[in-house]
Design a protein around this ligand. Structure first.
Ligand code: CP
Length: 307
């Protein structure tokens, strides 16, 4: 693995290697641990042209635990605001010794051009591309599921919410399919039904009750107003919660040991009830912690591949 752009490019063996490596970076209390400084003398740039709390911070923590220097670039405070192209920004950072680029962009289709222009020794990781891809989120979600459910074959996983605007749903479906998940159900209001050609291996329904029945894993998604072209796409929030919110009553339809996930940030009271977000089935904060170990695994596997 030289770069990480899309989960669909990976096979089961590679994903398993990433998840196994991530496990090694978690201690007995499930907290990420320091390790050999495999990225000593390397510099990682977080280049984020969309807001982020979890992804950017966890890449920073992960890279530092592996011994790297880290810099953070955003749109507002960089020369991108003066019209500099993304490629020129990256080439300037390369000239300062940056080796790893972790890039989040609101527009799709930038990575081919970046790959054509960056140094062959530089490494590129997709930290969120429009509604297309968020591979590191998909991998930390897979790790969280595997730690609770042991294998993917015999589980029913439900992805619930604003599917059509969700890169998280797409990457997770790609990952679950590659890992041979028994049943993947994606559920949304019909207004947020995605192009199902992009959700290979999943079945779609707009019936939340049938979707949740006997589920082992429920992944709730944020309603992503910022990706909607016009106001009419934004459904009334209280109606959305009534029809598609994950409530404690609806959770009773799932298996008794169901886990509840959410990539964050959450709209509490819109896609998920407070008591569910903070309840005994929730593994949402575990996902965040697993994000550090997963990103340490990705960085160390890419770095080892350079030898
Ligand atoms: N899940 C996720 O990508 O969160 P951030 O936007 O905070 O990075």
């Amino acid at each position: 693995m030289k770069h990480l752009l899309y989960l669909k490019n990976l096979n089961q063996e590679t994903i398993t290697e990433i998840l196994d490596t991530a496990e090694h970076f978690l201690n007995h209390d499930n907290q990420p641990i320091g390790s050999e400084k495999i990225l000593q003398d390397k510099t990682l740039a977080n280049v984020f042209f969309e807001p982020s709390t979890r992804t950017r911070s966890s890449f920073q923590i992960a890279a530092k635990k592996l011994g790297a220097d880290v810099i953070n670039i955003d749109e507002e405070h960089s020369s991108r605001a003066k019209g500099e192209t993304l490629v020129d920004t990256l080439k300037s950072l390369e000239a300062m010794g940056v080796n790893y680029f972790v890039i989040r962009n609101k527009h799709s289709g930038i990575f081919d051009e970046i790959l054509e222009n960056i140094d062959h020794n530089s490494r590129l990781i997709n930290a969120g591309e429009s509604n297309i891809s968020h591979p590191t989120q998909g991998l930390l979600d897979l790790l969280t599921i595997r730690r609770h459910k042991k294998d993917f074959k015999n589980i029913k996983t439900v992805i619930l919410g604003d599917l059509s605007h969700s890169r998280v749903a797409r990457s997770l479906t790609e990952g679950l399919s590659i890992m041979g998940t028994g049943e993947i159900v994606v559920v949304s209001p019909i207004d947020y039904k995605p192009d199902m050609k992009l959700f290979n291996g999943a079945e779609y329904t707009d019936n939340i009750e049938s979707a949740l029945s006997d589920a082992d894993v429920v992944v709730t998604l944020r309603v992503q107003k910022e990706r909607m072209d016009d106001e009419t796409q934004f459904l009334d929030q209280s109606k959305y919660f009534k029809d598609y919110g994950l409530t404690s009553d609806r959770l009773k339809l799932c298996k008794k040991d169901v886990i509840v996930m959410h990539p964050g940030p959450m709209n509490r009271g819109v896609e998920i009830e407070n008591t569910v977000a903070d309840g005994e089935h929730s593994v949402i904060t575990e996902q965040v912690t697993n994000g550090i170990a997963t990103r340490m695994a990705i960085l160390s596997i890419i770095e080892r591949g350079k030898d």
